[in-house]
Design a binder for this molecule. Structure first.
Ligand code: PEP
Ligand code: MG
Length: 601
């Protein structure tokens, strides 16, 4: 039995049709995004209810509220300045309007008035609404036509301020052991709610490959996403069952369901205990092929959990999470301490530190850019090479931390060889400076690239000449190959890492690595997928890096595989030209995206 066998979808289907309850139980179907079963009480976040023109706040929150307003105002000023710089050279009159907007936004009279309203005990949103209404009425009633037009601009600025405030105003102080129900959640929300002791997440939208889902899995917090109308149907303090294996949420469950799921929870605990026996055993197929199982690290704690579960090292440190935790780009010493701590905890096993992969659906708050299409924009290595100050600081910190000689450097979002060459030049400059300062580091520190754009896979032969290892990021490789945003649930049926195009790019990468005799692993979510193990082994992968919580499950699967058989399977699958064909051969259910919302009355 595997953890996936604990899915209770069938049980719910049968039960909810045959039981006659008091008519208010509701079974809602979504997408399983982080495994596990939880029974608890709901905490519903309703964003639209946040703006009340006369919303009062307690007096001890006034300072926080003033800070929230200051932050929102400066974020918006930053955004305006950026847009202004972009349009300035081309369109003079648009620039003039934007300059006026900027003046209104930072007008000291308006700012003071808003702050005074907050000091009287109103929320920041309501103070903004009150002040802008007042200004608007003044402009609207004037005889000057130009000033009357200003009233429209005021509305626009008010809306922008409110939406920036809205994004910041999720209240993270929820009761411990709550289940958060929200329209959507960002990675920052997941981190803050985890710290507040939240035990499960339900969202109305989202996708399993988004970084928010990855974090939920990394924290081992069950989550179901894509649950339509969850914020409407579920009320605060409702009893809930969240089944993160089957993607099912039961709102106000009847007693019989609570009993059944309580039993399932004990079975899962028992299963986990049994898997514990595998910690010290090798990840080896029945015919003797050894596989390295590494762990993905989002936060320091993951190293401990990974080591406890018997990981052979750290395959991916998502260093950008340090920025998210600290809410700023950390100083060299802070970074050094973090990298050194990871290296020490994992020693003697290897640790691949990926340099900041900023942008897209990851940390971008406070950074001076606002892109229409961030996944295709200024992300990862592109950002770093444009900010050599930030990049050099990070490379120095990694080098200084490399004295145990178990650290490797991994580059994200590579699409061209020159990005690797520029990085190596910068790394050499950093090494030279450290030599001059007499600071020790690993002079042979290996450097590798993430293969996560089709371009990187297609030039893997050239890249293999320049680097020491490859790590295939199947999340982004899928997103960019299939042109399907990994965070957009509208295209989640198109986002499929089992698509033949993705598999062929993986194969191409492995062939290039083998040709040059450099190691190649997979660190995207596909590495831990229950149906992918045999396929990836058969394609020639011998390193899999996964969330710490699924290491033992993966080891269990490897220990039950025959390498010879996996090679035949991979060969067969590489001949499929449709993802349907691939899924049939893997005996994998075709995606059923219909959301079943069943009212049980
Ligand atoms: C990937 O893209 O598969 C990957 C491992 O990187 P991330 O999920 O952090 O983008
Ligand atoms: Mg990636």
């Amino acid at each position: 039995m595997t953890i996936q066998d604990f899915s209770s979808a069938d049980v719910v289907e049968k039960q909810s049709k045959t039981e006659n309850g008091n008519g208010n139980q509701m079974v809602m179907k979504g997408i399983p995004s982080s495994p596990g079963i939880i029974i608890g009480k709901a905490f519903v976040i309703k964003q639209e209810s946040l703006i009340v023109p006369d919303e009062k706040i307690p007096s001890d929150q006034i300072n926080d509220e003033l800070n929230r307003f200051d932050n929102a105002q400066s974020d918006l000023v930053q955004q305006f300045l950026l847009s202004l710089n972009r349009v300035k050279s081309e369109t003079g009159n648009i620039a003039a309007i934007m300059e006026t907007n900027l003046l209104i936004l930072s007008d000291p009279v308006i700012t003071d008035s808003i702050k005074n309203t907050i000091k009287k005990g109103f929320s920041a949103e309501s103070a903004v609404v009150q002040e802008f209404e007042k200004q608007r009425n003044y402009f609207k009633n004037t005889k000057d036509e130009i000033l009357r037009e200003r009233a429209v601009e005021l509305d626009h600025i008010k809306q922008m301020l409110i939406s920036v405030l809205k994004n910041q105003c999720i209240n993270y102080s929820v009761a411990k052991n709550s289940i958060v129900v929200a329209h959507s959640l960002t990675t920052t929300d997941i981190v803050n709610f985890k710290e507040a002791g939240v035990i499960a997440f339900i969202t109305e939208i989202g996708s399993i490959a988004s970084h928010a889902s990855i974090l939920a899995r990394s924290f081992d917090i069950p989550a179901v996403i894509g649950v339509k109308n969850a914020c409407e149907a579920i009320h605060d303090s409702n009893d809930l069952i969240v089944d993160g294996f089957a993607g099912i949420v039961i709102n106000r469950p009847r007693k019989v369901f609570i009993e059944r799921y309580t039993k399932k929870i004990s079975e899962i605990e028992e299963h986990k205990r049994r898997l514990g026996a595998l910690v010290k055993m090798p990840a080896e197929t029945i015919d003797g092929k050894k596989i390295q199982i590494l762990t993905n690290v989002n936060f320091l704690d993951d190293v401990r959990t990974g080591v406890l579960n018997g990981a052979d090292g750290v395959g991916l440190v998502r260093s950008e999470n340090l920025i998210m935790e600290l809410k700023k780009i950390p100083e060299e010493d802070t970074q050094y301490n973090w990298y050194k701590e990871i290296s020490d905890r994992a020693y003697p096993t290897p640790v691949s530190i990926r340099v900041f992969d900023i942008g897209s659906d990851k940390y971008s708050e406070g950074l001076p850019f606002n892109e229409e299409n961030p996944a295709l924009g200024f992300r990862g290595i592109r950002f770093l090479l444009s900010r050599k100050d930030i990049f050099e600081t990070q490379l120095r910190a990694i080098l200084r931390a490399s004295v145990n000689k178990n650290i490797k450097i991994l580059l994200p979002m590579i699409s061209s060889l020159h990005e690797v060459e520029y990085t190596i030049e910068l790394l050499d400059i950093c090494k030279k400076k450290l030599d001059e300062e007499g600071i020790p580091y690993d002079t042979n520190i290996p450097i590798g690239v993430m293969i996560e754009t089709p371009a990187a896979a297609l030039i893997a032969d050239g890249l293999s000449e320049a680097v020491n290892f490859f790590s295939i990021g199947t999340n982004d490789l899928t997103q960019y190959t299939l042109a399907a945003d990994r965070t957009n649930e509208l295209v989640s049926d198109i986002f499929d890492s089992f698509h033949p195009a993705v598999l062929r790019l993986i194969k191409l990468t492995i062939e290039a690595a083998n040709q040059k005799n450099i190691p190649v692993g997979v660190c995207g979510e596909l590495a831990g997928h229950a149906a992918s193990t045999d396929l990836l082994l058969g394609l020639g992968i011998s390193e899999l890096s996964v969330a710490p919580s699924i290491i033992l499950e993966l080891k269990n699967r490897i220990r039950n595989s025959s390498y010879q058989k996996t090679k035949q399977l991979a060969d067969d699958i590489l001949h499929c030209s449709s993802y349907k064909g691939v899924r049939e051969r893997l005996d994998l259910a075709l995606k059923d995206l219909t959301i079943i919302e069943e009212k049980d009355n």
